[in-house]
Design a protein around this ligand. Structure first.
Ligand code: SF4
Length: 365
């Protein structure tokens, strides 16, 4: 179910050390963690902004630190600040993000007692070399154990992954994704690694010991992971960091594939691949030089791509002279159709689920 989230940022709170890539003060735009009183104020403000008549349930989410590494009293202090809103039904649930090595039966019981329903684990990778180089401080085995415990206790499991970390490769990202699918999370976030000022990665980059992914590589790998996860019914709820004003400043972001609409770039890449796949599967192409690509009108901007980039790529990819991309009214989303350019509806349609099956089979991912 969709929630309206009221985020509470607790930058670096509970973190046993600083991972090489991380700079939560800049990512979250928050300079210091709030007091429990400030949490209540943020919730009040969030409820007012979202309006009393909004229909989706409200969720309070503690982001930006290692929530379950906090001393029990501090954790309870934050959770208790939300209880009055849970009691009146103004807030439906709580979500926390944390490290895989900070999950235990005792901690999960405490979370459940206080109305937490979702735990997001910052996994980043399951490759031992990548985890070690990022100085994450836990093993893949600990991730499996934490994910299993969270699910066993009936909590929704979210997993955060990163691509482009030191010693990472596309193959390692896809292997991590295959294992994450087996952990059965409800949702996944994917973040390309960025070089942020003041991090250990900043030093490595300056010393020539680290090169970030290009934007093309980041979009390509994320699209592969998106297809693999969504094909298994796992929602990819975020791709790329939220563009805070700090992150938009060249004083914070030094290098790496950052785009304020990174998720849109990936969505366009997925539509591009879906058209190529539909073209391959369409066995009865008419005798014409002018083809049309059809999508739900609400998907048109994703299909066309930023700066209309998909049109030229598709003309080259399909080897056609003229290509019309048209949006039409439809109940269903995420399908693509092919037909004559001048027609008002397609002759061949490929649904998203059929595309996932065909793409995974052909590309062995
Ligand atoms: S990545 Fe997570 S655990 Fe590491 S420093 Fe950042 S918030 Fe803390």
């Amino acid at each position: 179910m969709l929630h309206r989230i009221i985020p509470i940022f607790i930058p670096h709170l509970g973190c046993p050390h600083r991972c090489v890539f991380c700079q939560q003060y800049r990512i979250t735009g928050s300079e210091k963690p709030p007091s429990p009183l400030a949490v209540a104020e943020t919730i009040e403000k969030g409820l007012q902004q979202s309006g009393a008549s909004a229909s989706e349930p409200v969720e309070v989410a503690f982001y930006g630190g290692s929530f379950t590494s906090l001393p029990v009293q501090v954790m309870e202090g934050y959770l208790k600040a939300v209880q009055p809103y849970l009691a009146t039904g103004k807030v439906a649930s709580i979500r926390v993000s944390t490290r895989p090595d900070a999950i235990s039966v005792e901690v999960l019981r405490l979370l459940i007692e206080h109305g937490v329903t979702t735990v997001e684990l910052g996994v980043q990778s399951l490759d031992p070399e990548v985890l070690a180089c990022a100085e994450r401080g836990y093993t893949g085995r600990q991730v499996w154990e934490a994910a299993g415990l969270i699910r066993k206790h009936g909590l929704a499991l979210g997993i955060q992954l990163m691509i482009g970390l030191p010693k990472d490769t596309r193959e390692k990202d896809l292997a991590t994704t295959r294992d994450v699918i087996k952990m059965k999370p409800l949702m996944v976030r994917i973040y390309p690694t960025l070089v942020l000022k003041g991090t250990r990665l900043h030093q490595m980059w300056e010393q020539g010991l680290y090169s970030p992914l290009s934007m093309e590589e980041a979009v390509d790998i994320t699209a592969d992971m998106f297809i693999m996860l969504e094909a298994e019914g796992i929602k990819v709820i975020r791709m790329g960091l939220q563009p805070t004003s700090d992150l938009n400043s060249p004083d914070t972001l030094l290098a790496g594939p950052f785009h304020p609409s990174f998720g849109e770039l990936v969505a366009s890449e997925v539509f591009f691949r879906q058209v190529l796949t539909a073209w391959r599967l369409w066995s009865e192409k008419p005798e014409t030089e002018d083809f049309g690509v059809f999508v739900n009108e609400k998907d048109l901007s994703k299909m066309v791509g930023q700066n209309r980039s998909n049109r030229e790529r598709l003309k080259r990819g399909l080897g056609v002279n003229r290509l019309r991309i048209a949006g039409i009214k439809s109940e269903e989303r995420d399908w693509v159709g092919l037909g004559r350019a001048e027609a008002d509806k397609p002759l061949f349609v490929l649904s998203r689920q059929d595309f996932y099956r065909a793409w995974s089979g052909q590309n062995h991912i």
